[in-house]
Design a protein around this ligand. Sequence first.
Ligand code: ZN
Ligand code: FE
Length: 239
Amino acid sequence: MIIKIIPCLKDNYSYLLIDDINNTSCVIDPSEADPIAEILDKNNIRLDFILNTHHHYDHVGGNKKLKEKYGAKIVGYIDDKNRIPEIDITVKDKQIWKEKKFEAKIFHIPGHTSGHICFYFFNEKIIFSGDTLFSLGCGRIFEGTYSQMFNSLKFFKDLPLDTNIYCGHEYTLKNSDFCLKYDPDNENLKKKIIIIKEKLEKNLPTLPTTIKDEIECNIFLRSKNLVNFSKLRDLKDNF
Ligand code: ZN
Ligand code: FE
């Protein structure tokens, strides 16, 4: 399996997961169609599935066009079936979605939106976390409660430490400023920031990150209780 990171819009990432044996792929959260189509066409790869973590336009914007062009089937959370454009296949919490080489366990992780899910490709140890867990940050709470978001983040801490996390946005540098401000003595964080800056200077994505790195450095994952987490989330909204 090959993963291509595709920058979209201003600071979004879509991800192309390529099954190189069968020459097919699925795309996670296509913000827009063109950058994805370009890679598919250049490499002669089919697109069989579109996986959406949640319904926001910057994650589903390419659904319609890609479905029309490639005949891909769209996979999304059952309770969001009325707001994920062109949805074909609905999935629920803790279900395993499997199609040929693609095999992911679905987890419902509400907070950013009420129907947010992540796709955990446990065989490859990779997880697509959408706008719930970012590198060194977490999503804004738009539809859920603080408690829901706190629990959704807690879920990630139980994954194998070497799991690679691919999230929806390149927010890492800004997030790192916030972490450093409220966790100034964290040596692991300081080391990670050096690596982040090196990557950005070379115009490379700061992703994937790992569960281990996030547990060590992400102030929201390190937050011990709901009161503390809620306070941090409020501070971040105005940072
Ligand atoms: Zn979003
Ligand atoms: Fe987003």
